[in-house]
Write a protein that binds this ligand. Structure first.
Ligand code: PHE
Length: 454
């Protein structure tokens, strides 16, 4: 199926599967393995999962296709893509790049925790199912001033190294082996987790929605997570789309990428939440969930420390294949628009991102009492600003741009390769991009802006 035409100056994806894997590599990351399970625990289980899926279908898929269409049409990064159609809209592309760059700063802090856990698992530190002990190990570690910074630096250097060296040979090849491997090990962990004595309560929690828990907060959290997890609203998918050939089937891709991404998220939740119940831990414990309960699961598994190391290695890989796309968006921007050398752009931007990440790391300990937005510490304020304000803003503007400014007919022509590709849900998509998406996203944006002034 590699009928992609070669765009000689810019290069393009080598094959269809290469593109899908790279896009899935960006999408599948800490958002799936770390964030989705703890959000599910925090927002009431099945209710959150159902809300997430509904918003994914209604809005996530719509925006995914819109970004692919915009990127491929212009064959340019986000700023150039808007500019090519309407000069005045270039800033929307810039908002997306700023969002992904800010996310990188704290994403790398969490990435560092994963590396620490690989080291700990290798030295057999997790041979206990006592969640209190495991919780203690975790909070003590992230609360230290110095050690987490070292791991944050290591993660950032890995990201830099790959972005500097070019992505095709390394990450694309590695994705083809490691992504399937991640799925296989996830399934193994799910099987262990759901067969633990006491896991049934967790399964019920994840499968039986308790609608009384549905409220605006759940909806806001779910939509923000849809964007974060699919790498939307940040120019990343626009950029990846810009390397696609004119023969590529965009509607199909816009379905396949979210499918892979949600499969990874659901598997992760099934790997973690039943075990949380089985081990008597609190499902709404927040960001520590992955780091506290999974070691407990591995301790109960035959050859657990082996699987534990393997699992965290794959998670690290998933995280790195996402973080390179976060950095790449900003690097591309400085290379294209300001004519920086790639090497210089990567080093400068990576270093600055590391520095901005330092207070985020310290916010889990020494610096935790210092608050910024609304009583939130630095880490939470950063993530609120980037994910709850910048992301919806850029996605909202995108839907207005495609639906109303550029013209939906032109977008449909691009999506169908001038009518050559079957587009079964064309009507649904055009309706969603014009009405459902902007209304839903606008509503969420408004909610978040209101929070700001509370
Ligand atoms: N989607 C990635 C994840 O779920 C994070 C990410 C966001 C990557 C935005 C690129 C752009 O972990």
């Amino acid at each position: 199926m590699s009928e992609l035409k070669n765009n000689e100056e810019r290069g393009s994806w080598g094959s269809r599967i290469g593109f899908i894997l790279a896009a899935a590599g960006s999408a599948v990351g800490l958002g799936n393995v770390w964030k989705f399970p703890y959000l599910t625990g925090e927002y009431g289980g099945a209710v959150f999962i159902v809300t997430y899926i509904v918003l994914l279908v209604l809005v996530g898929f719509t925006i995914m296709l819109a970004e692919l269409v915009l990127g491929r049409h212009s064959q340019q990064g986000p700023v150039g893509a808007y500019r090519a159609i309407k000069q005045k809209w270039a800033w929307v592309g810039a908002i997306g790049i700023l969002a992904s760059y800010l996310i990188l700063t704290y994403y790398s802090v969490i990435g560092g925790w994963i590396i620490k856990y690989i080291v700990s698992a290798l030295s057999g530190n997790f041979n206990t199912t006592d969640t209190e002990a495991l919780g203690g190990i975790f909070t003590t570690f992230i609360g230290q001033p110095f050690e987490p910074l070292v791991y944050h630096a290591i993660f950032m250097i890995m990201t830099l190294g790959i972005v500097m060296g070019g992505i095709q040979g390394g990450i694309e090849k590695a994705s083809k082996i490691l992504m399937p491997a991640l799925f296989i090990i996830l399934i193994a962990v799910v099987i262990r987790a759901v067969t633990l004595p006491g896991a049934a309560a967790g399964l019920e929690y994840m499968l039986k929605p308790d609608w009384s828990k549905l409220n605006i907060k759940t909806i806001v959290a779910a939509l923000v997570q849809v964007f974060f997890s699919l790498s939307l609203g940040m120019g990343v998918i626009i950029t990846y789309g810009s390397y696609l050939g004119k023969g590529e089937n965009l509607p199909l891709s816009a379905v396949q990428i979210p499918l892979l991404d949600s499969a990874a998220a659901l598997l992760s939740a099934f790997a973690i939440l039943p075990a949380v119940f089985a081990l008597g831990y609190n499902p709404s414990a927040g960001p520590g969930l992955l780091f506290i309960t999974l070691p407990g699961v591995f301790a109960k598994m035959p050859m657990g420390s082996f699987f534990g190391v393997l699992f965290f290695v794959f998670v690290l890989f998933a995280a790195v294949s996402s973080s390179i796309s976060l950095l790449e968006a900003a690097v591309t921007y400085f290379v294209d628009e300001h004519k920086w050398e790639r090497r210089k752009a990567t080093i400068v931007l990576g270093l600055v991102a590391f520095l901005i990440g330092v207070p985020s790391s310290l916010a889990n300990g020494t610096f935790g009492g210092v608050t910024f937005i609304n009583g939130m510490n630095f880490f939470d304020s950063m993530s609120f600003f980037a994910e709850n304000l910048l992301l919806p803003l850029s996605a909202f503007m995108l839907s207005i741009f495609i639906g109303w400014v550029w013209g939906i007919d032109k977008a449909v022509l691009e999506a169908t390769n001038n009518g050559k590709v079957k587009f079964g849900f064309e009507k649904i998509w055009t309706f969603s991009i014009k009405y459902i998406a902007p209304i839903a996203i606008g509503f969420i944006l408004l909610q978040n802006v209101i929070t700001l002034f509370k």
